[in-house]
Design a binder for this molecule. Structure first.
Ligand code: NI
Length: 171
């Protein structure tokens, strides 16, 4: 168990296309545990392999409770996750990213998705997610293809952020 360093904008690993995971072995289980620890420490809602320097198709997801008086679910690990269907309408919500600290921008994403993935126990999963949870899956699965949320904002907003992003990349 270990909290890993979260790679920041400018690190080339965040732009790599991550590799599928063939077998759930000790190494993958250890990586999953590290990612859960890292996400908990950062108090985030999702984390993808490349963000801890691993070009592997693994994400951890820990959505906030649906309402203030409801309990938060346990975080979950997904291997080789993919979006198999997107359903509208498009919704615009603010997003941030542990790899791009301090920057929050509105991003348009579909309201609902169907996700296919493998569990850490090796089961094949397929399920629907909507709202905030759908957004987390879309954001984290983008990371596995080297895509960041700032790639999805309008050109005006991106122009305004250009200098801050350049400074972050040079740190
Ligand atoms: Ni992110």
């Amino acid at each position: 168990m270990a909290v890993r360093e979260i790679r920041k904008y400018g690190d080339p690993v965040l732009r790599a296309k991550a590799n599928p995971i063939a077998d759930v072995d000790e190494e993958i289980r250890a990586l999953a545990t590290d990612m859960l620890d890292t996400l908990a420490k950062a108090e985030g809602v999702g984390l993808a392999g490349p963000q801890v320097g691993e070009e592997r198709r693994i994400i951890v997801v820990h959505p906030p409770p649906p309402a203030d008086d409801e309990e938060r679910e346990e975080p979950r690990v997904y291997l080789n996750p993919e979006i198999v269907e997107k359903r509208g309408p498009q919704e615009t919500e603010e997003e941030g990213c542990l790899s791009i600290p301090g920057i929050y921008e509105t991003v348009r994403r579909p309201h609902a998705v169907r996700v296919r993935a493998r569990s850490l126990e090796g089961e094949d999963l397929e399920f629907d997610a909507e709202g905030m949870l759908a957004r987390i899956f879309l954001h984290e699965i983008d990371h596995l293809d080297g895509v960041l949320f700032i790639d999805k904002i309008g050109p005006m907003r991106r122009a305004l952020l250009k200098r801050r992003l350049k400074e972050m990349a040079e740190e």
